[in-house]
Each structure stands twice: as structure tokens, then as C-alpha cells.
Design a protein around this ligand. Structure first.
Ligand code: ATP
Ligand code: MG
Ligand code: FE
Length: 337
């Protein structure tokens, strides 16, 4: 089926067109610049930007895919989690497109989208794998079966900050630009990852905690006399995150006898997280699957990918009165009413 995917859970307006596991075309607009001076995403600004950008993004995606509105077989849209006012714009638009085109609607869980997008580049997922979702708002180690059908098992989550949130907060305290993840990734290249020994929280468990690491960086910067060696601090912080994520993910693979690790979400775009995880997986004989960096962060293709998977698995569509779920936990690929 040809699926139109719509993503508006945060500050990215994403549209993607997927047919039978193939990404035909996508388009992305971001209101990131409008939030920079506030140091974080302002929901009402993001919502207004989605409202303005969405029709043009749909048009671009159709043009890039070389298909017409009449070719669309289904609409998949993020129903949560995310910023309520932002999710609402995309969900209302998704319902309108589904109604106007007389095609079914699928309310997708945003985090299932982060995982499903990998299939567009690397083909179907194995029947069973460990997934590490590391994004701006979530950090979870999961046991995945059939992503479309099976319940998703949480092996561990973060007790406090998400990995991406830690990148954003540490970048802010180092005076780097928003969003923080890409900024830290860039400056860390000039720094020594072993300059400062920052803590690794909760070793030997599947649970994460990044608030202590963030505080440790803040304390170190406060106590350091003279100009802050920003590159060394960034590199050492990034090393602590990469070490923690990759170690726990590989341990979960061993414990659950899984031969594939799927690493997804915005932080999976980080160069050191990718390199260290690849190195440890290679050593452990684990196949590592990570989307290309531009598909790690929010986009419309990931939502279309979930729609495509659940349709091919024969799941029923969502009702047109589907509510949004700003805090939905990840238990299934679709957000249930
Ligand atoms: P969620 O998916 O949990 O709802 P989100 O949609 O805001 O949150 P994503 O789009 O997956 O999150 O990712 C954004 C996060 O990824 C931000 O915190 C950003 O700083 C981080 N990020 C993006 N690129 C990089 C990078 N190269 N290195 C580290 N972090 C990065
Ligand atoms: Mg974003
Ligand atoms: Fe996301």
C-alpha cells in the first residue's frame, strides 16, 4: 500500500510516502530556529509552525515521490507521545486527509516510528531483537518481536532525564547552540574523551539515569578555575553517554540471547555513540542496525513506515475520533484509543 505519514510531535513537520517497505519521497520543515532564543521548544510556536508548513510539506513529498493524492491508500499520523498542541495539528490534518481521500487512518506511536524507520534502509527486522531508543524525551531498552503485532517489552527506561535531554542541557551549560546534541557532537571532535572521568550511572542494570551526569558536568564547570575547556568537557561527557548506552545495550543482547541490536532516535545520530556501539557489537558478534543520521531524528518517513508495516500485518485502522495521547507509553506500534 502507498502510505502517507505525518509527524508533528515536536518541532519538526515531517511528511513521508512509503510503499511496501520503500521510501518514495519525504519532506521536512523545522521551527527549531524560532525556539532557539527560548532554549527549548515552545509548544504554541511549534503548533502554529506545523499548521503553516504541513500543506507545503505534503505537496513536496508527493512531488518527490512522483505520486498523486489519488494514489494514497492510507494515512498514518503520530497520535503521541509529544507536545499536545503540536500532536493535535498533525492528527487533525491526518484525519482530514483520510476523510477527503476516503482511506483508512492509523494513529501511530511516535517511538515505534523511530524503530520502524530502520526497515526502509535495512529491510525487515528479525523476528526478535533488542532495541535501544535514545531520543530527546525517551531512553529505553526494549525487547522487540514482530513490531506490528507483538506487545513491546520494556527491559529498562530512564529514571530521570533522557539521553537527548542530557545532551541539550549540557550543551546549554557549556554555552553551545540549541539543539545541543549536534553541537556537542561537533565540538567533541576537538576534545579528549578521557580528559575528565564523568560518572556512569547504574552499571550492571538495564535502567538509565542521566541527571547525575548532567550535575557532575555542571559541578566540574563551576569548580574549574579559568576558561572552561569546552571541547574536553563535551568529549568526556559524550564518552560517558556512549559508554553507558553501548555497554547496557550489548549486555541486554547477551542476557536475552538476541543477535541483533537496533539503535534508534535522535541520539543514535551521534558519531561517538554510533562508533563505540559498532565496535562493541562487532566484538560481541551482534548485528547492529542504525538508521542513517537524518532518519534518526524526527521525520515523516518513520510514521509512514509504521503504517505500512501494520497494514501489511492486517491490523485494523484507528477510528476517526481517535484522541491524541501526549504521554502514551510504548506498548504497541499503534496508539490505542
Ligand atoms: P522523543 O522522540 O523522545 O519524543 P524527540 O522527538 O524530540 O523526542 P528526536 O527527534 O528523536 O527526539 O531527537 C532529538 C534529540 O536528539 C535532541 O535531544 C538532540 O539534541 C539529540 N540529537 C540529535 N542529533 C544528535 C547528535 N549528533 N548527538 C547527540 N544527540 C543528538
Ligand atoms: Mg526535533
Ligand atoms: Fe522523536
Amino acid at each position: 500500500p502507498l502510505v502517507l505519514g505525518i509527524e508533528t510531535s515536536c518541532d519538526e513537520t515531517g511528511v513521508g510516502l512509503v510503499r511496501d517497505g520503500v521510501l518514495l519521497g519525504d519532506a521536512l520543515a523545522s521551527s527549531m530556529d524560532q525556539h532557539a532564543r527560548f532554549g527549548g521548544v515552545v509548544p504554541e510556536i511549534a503548533a502554529r509552525a506545523h499548521l503553516e508548513a504541513l500543506p507545503a510539506m505534503v505537496r513536496h513529498a508527493l512531488d518527490r515521490a512522483g505520486v498523486a493524492f489519488a494514489d494514497i491508500d492510507a494515512v498514518a499520523v503520530t497520535a503521541g507521545p509529544g507536545l499536545a498542541s503540536a500532536v493535535q495539528v498533525g492528527l487533525a490534518a491526518g484525519k482530514a486527509y483520510a476523510l477527503a481521500l476516503a482511506v483508512p487512518l492509523y494513529g501511530v506511536h511516535h517511538l515505534a516510528g523511530h524503530a520502524a524507520v530502520d526497515t526502509l534502509e535495512h529491510g525487515p527486522l528479525p523476528g526478535r531483537c533488542i532495541a535501544l531508543i535514545v531520543s530527546g524525551g525517551h531512553t529505553s531498552l526494549l525487547l522487540l518481536g514482530d513490531l506490528a503485532r507483538d506487545p513491546i517489552v520494556h527491559l529498562g527506561d530512564t529514571l530521570d532525564d533522557a539521553a537527548g535531554e542530557a545532551f541539550d542541557k549540557v550543551a546549554r551549560l557549556l554555552g553551545l547552540s540549541y539543539p545541543g546534541g549536534p553541537a556537542i557532537d561537533r565540538v567533541a571532535r576537538e576534545g579528549d574523551p578521557h580528559a575528565i572521568a564523568f560518572p556512569r550511572a547504574l552499571p550492571g542494570t538495564h535502567t538509565f539515569s542521566f541527571s547525575g551526569l548532567k550535575t557532575a558536568v555542571a559541578r566540574w564547570v563551576e569548580r574549574h578555575p579559568g576558561p572552561v575547556p569546552v571541547a574536553d568537557v563535551a568529549a568526556s561527557f559524550q564518552e560517558a553517554v556512549a559508554d553507558t548506552l553501548s555497554r547496557k545495550a550489548v549486555a541486554a543482547c547477551h542476557e536475552h540471547d538476541a543477535s541483533t541490536l537496533l539503535m534508534v532516535g535522535g541520539v543514535a545520530a551521534n558519531s561517538r555513540v554510533r562508533a563505540l556501539t559498532a565496535q562493541r557489537c562487532a566484538k560481541a558478534g551482534i548485528e547492529l542496525r542504525v538508521p542513517t543520521p537524518r532518519l534518526c531524528t524526527d521525520n515523516g518517513a518513520m510514521i509512514a513506515a509504521v503504517g505500512d508495516l501494520v497494514i501489511r500485518a492486517g491490523l485494523p485502522p484507528s477510528p476517526l475520533d481517535l484522541a491524541m495521547h501526549p504521554t502514551a507509553t510504548l506498548t504497541h506500534a499503534l496508539v490505542h484509543p
